[in-house]
Design a protein around this ligand. Structure first.
Ligand code: ADQ
Length: 461
């Protein structure tokens, strides 16, 4: 089996209880076949002279990490990655800021990563690069003579060509992306948007359904929906500790209907719209007053970017407004928790909630939707209310699919979930569980690696 080299902006911490499910899955895959995980260590130093890679071994996995400079952190990470690429890929041109310094920092950091990584590679290694921070890394490695199979997975959406072309760097960026052998997307829509861009703007052509001939390369551009480890999440939701937490949740006696939302505090997750939908639920169906509570867990993220500080203020104002207008001494309609929560606690809260409210305005996949399903009691499950703009909606048909921009639509769906007979809940949940098993974390990783490990396909004549 060939050695696997994972490259991502942040290297997962094998000891961290709050690490997302995918980090755990990647780590397990690396441990199984042996390999290296390369990326940023999360720290910043004053100058480039202080940058040095450090190695740590964990079983048969080598973790190689390096810091960024303070300037890189500002310009590469906050400026270009999260101030330009993230909003553009989530269709939010209004929030995107483009500057020459930031795009230079993006090129510089990717080149530095490539210069450090190239000498560590063995000729047979499979190199799998993750996400929008590192789009040009493959081209930078090629420029340094690396001949290995190179794969890239985009965790976030790929926007339609008309949106992408608003970004000054788009040509350079897409030419760099096309240097990978395999490019993985979350959904058919993302894959189609990329292929359309390559054909309409780069002179590419489809050799087969998912094989693109572009800039002299043959690229496999395919869909690999990210998933979770269903059994391990379900086990967390059914531990004795989880049972105690669920009892506590129900014993508080305040709410008969617990509704839960769990998202990083990001403007793509649609949190203000979600609170407005909950408010509409209370207005349209007043019988839910004193009966329903929305628990929104939203840990801070990227707080140095202005748009993130804005969304936090908006959310705090909205939850205060709803609690002020509807709450009573024995009932708090919105419980807003602004911090990280251990994964086993999340699992218990999901299981103890009758509605999982997952309503992003745009999301690559959204693993919270899958975690909510995995955590449910199969004999008496809750109902997933899911945005049509989450990648997960592409195959989670049996959720109640909603338009997150339409507060009434979401409110009606919540009411439908509250009234849904047990038989229907069980049938929907069984179907959803089947789908998240079909597209679990292991299949995501295995599918991508099989594609990357396959010999290069000859170009069609
Ligand atoms: P994210 O935008 O971070 O990921 P998501 O897929 O929902 O979104 O994953 C978030 C993870 O963080 C989940 O495992 C969740 O349980 C965890 N999490 C969220 N809030 C938490 C909290 N308060 N405490 C602890 N854990 C918390 C990006 C893309 C997504 C894509 C994933 C994976 O934006 O669209 O699904 O990558 O490819």
């Amino acid at each position: 089996m060939r050695r696997l080299v994972i490259v991502s902006n942040r290297v997962g911490d094998p000891d961290c209880a709050v690490s997302g499910g995918l980090a755990v899955c990647i780590f397990d895959g690396l441990r199984e076949r042996g390999g290296m995980w390369f990326g940023w260590n999360g720290e910043s130093v004053a100058s480039e002279d202080e940058i040095g890679a450090s190695c740590r071994r964990c079983d048969n996995v080598i973790l190689v990490t390096m810091p960024l400079t303070e300037g890189d952190y500002q310009e590469f990470y906050l400026g270009f990655c999260n101030g330009a690429l993230w909003p553009v890929h989530h269709y939010r041109l209004d929030l995107a800021r483009f500057t020459q310094e930031n795009s230079e920092a993006y090129r510089r950091v990717n080149e530095r990563f490539a210069a450090t990584l190239a000498p560590l590679l063995k000729p047979d290694d499979l190199v799998w690069v993750h996400d929008y921070h590192l789009i040009p890394l493959g081209a930078d490695l090629r420029a340094r003579g690396v001949r290995n199979r190179l794969g890239f997975f985009l965790h976030i959406p790929f926007p339609p060509p008309d949106v992408l072309v608003a970004m000054p760097e788009h040509e350079w960026l897409m030419n760099a992306l096309a240097r990978y052998d395999v490019i993985g997307f979350q959904t058919k829509t993302d894959q189609a948007n990329f292929c359309r861009f390559a054909c309409e703007h780069m002179g590419g052509e489809m050799a087969r359904d998912d094989v693109l001939r572009v800039a002299g390369n043959s690229v496999l551009a395919a869909v690999f929906p990210a998933g979770i480890n269903v059994d391990s999440f379900a086990a967390m939701a059914t531990s004795p500790e989880a049972e105690r937490r669920i009892q506590w949740l129900h014993r508080r006696g305040e709410a008969r209907v617990n509704i839960i939302g769990v998202d990083r505090l990001d403007y793509t997750k649609g949190l203000p719209d979600r609170l407005r939908s909950f408010k509409r639920l209370l207005e349209l169906y007043p019988q839910n007053c004193k009966a329903a509570t929305l628990m929104q867990i939203a840990p801070p993220t990227r707080e140095e970017v202005k748009a993130y500080a804005d969304i936090r203020h908006e959310l705090e104002a909205l939850s205060g407004e709803i609690n002020g207008q509807f709450g009573d001494f024995d009932w708090t309609p919105v419980r807003y928790v602004h911090r990280n929560v251990p994964r086993d606690t999340l699992a218990a809260l999901f299981r103890g909630s009758q509605i999982g409210l997952v309503t992003p305005l745009r999301d690559g996949m959204n693993l919270v939707a899958k975690e909510y399903i995995a955590a449910q009691d199969e004999t008496n499950p809750g109902v997933l209310v899911l945005s049509r703009f989450a990648g997960a909606a592409e195959d989670l048909d049996e959720a109640l699919i909603v338009n997150p921009y339409d507060a009434d639509d979401v409110a009606h769906a919540m009411q439908r979930a509250i009234e849904m007979p047990r038989e229907e809940r069980v049938a929907r949940h069984a179907a959803l569980l089947g789908r998240i098993r079909q597209h679990d974390a292991g299949n995501w990783m295995g599918g991508f690696l099989r594609a990357l490990d396959a010999p290069a396909r000859p170009l069609a004549a």
